[in-house]
Design a protein around this ligand. Structure first.
Ligand code: PMP
Length: 306
């Protein structure tokens, strides 16, 4: 169990054990919440920085907008609250979880009558898919569960309810001996992992599905696209049929938690020679240079916590 120290809760800090909601809170019954996952990195110069904080808060507010949830704080207030949460817990590296949700009032489906509440928690955290995964790649499978069809549950909202789909994908993958599951979209084309975007490398070019393939507009995905272009690599947004997974030279997953995780096999078919590919390694190296403050071009992606 994680012990997060102090949690920011509706504008004030509460001790871990006191940060509680009522069991009749709307979010608990209907998934009416939007959240973010943000990483905190220790820089090469010894300082600590939050990676792409503004982009994460922008996406949080966008997710809330889709669900007509008016966040009762300005973006500036929210940004400051995230930084304060890191400071008050004296964290040097780790993970930050802001959540905006519908609280307790009435228990009908209509959320509009329930208050919009917010929390921010932060804790120490290592590699999500394992240190070994970052180096040697992970075994993934194509899930039997597809992502929601267009105009059903909005994939561009990072909403709590969407993660029921992710849970089905993840549990099935683990039950069957894989480390992660990949979902196809409604049309059977490649979408994303349970909590990651996907990139394929074919003939030296990077391919990633468009967000219209029911995937989240990942902030790590965006970083990878920019870093790849800096390396003069071609990046294409393409609707990708499932079988591309078996024919790709390299595959890697991107996400705040997963960072840049190579895929060594899909459905027990080796990707390339079954180990981390050269382009994947190149992108990983660039990414870790950015998050540790060594790539000066992207220092504005880092919010230093003094
Ligand atoms: N897709 C899904 C479903 C996710 O949960 C995540 C993690 N937030 C991502 C993609 C990757 O997004 P990001 O790089 O912004 O963390």
């Amino acid at each position: 169990m994680i012990n997060t120290g102090k949690i920011w809760f509706n504008g004030e800090f509460k001790e871990h054990d006191d940060a509680k909601v009522h069991v009749l809170s709307h979010v608990l019954h209907y998934g009416s919440g939007c959240f973010e996952g943000i990483r905190l990195y220790k820089l090469k110069n010894g300082k600590t920085a939050i990676f792409r904080l503004e982009e994460h808060i922008d996406r949080l507010y966008d997710s809330c907008k889709i669900y007509r949830m008016e966040v009762p704080y300005s973006k500036e207030e929210f940004l400051k609250a995230v930084v304060d949460t890191v400071k008050v817990n004296n964290l040097k590296s780790g993970y930050i979880r802001p959540l905006v949700f519908r609280g307790y009032n009435q228990l009908g489906v209509n959320p509009a009558v329930c208050p919009v509440e917010a929390i921010i928690a932060a804790w120490e955290w290592g590699a999500y898919l394992g240190e070994d995964g970052l180096e040697n790649g992970i075994k993934v499978c194509v899930s039997s569960w597809r992502r929601p069809a267009p105009n059903t549950l909005p994939a561009l909202a990072k909403a709590s309810g969407n993660y029921l789909s992710s849970q089905l994908i993840k549990m099935e993958a683990l039950e069957n001996g894989f480390e992660e599951g990949l979902a196809l979209d409604y049309f059977g084309n490649i979408s994303e992992g349970s909590g990651e975007n996907i990139f394929l490398v074919k003939n030296g070019e990077l391919l990633t599905p468009p967000v219209a393939s029911s995937s989240l507009a990942g902030i790590t995905r965006d970083a990878v696209i920019k870093l790849a272009r800096d390396l003069n690599l071609v990046v294409k947004f393409e609707t990708l049929p499932r079988e591309f997974l078996y024919l790709a030279d390299e595959i890697f997953l991107t996400g705040t938690a997963a960072e840049i995780t190579p895929v060594s096999s899909v459905d027990n078919i080796k990707v390339g020679n079954g180990s981390r590919g050269n382009i994947t390694k190149l992108i990983q190296d660039e990414f870790f240079k950015v998050v540790t403050g060594e790539n000066k071009k992207y220092t504005d992606w880092l919010t230093t916590v003094e």
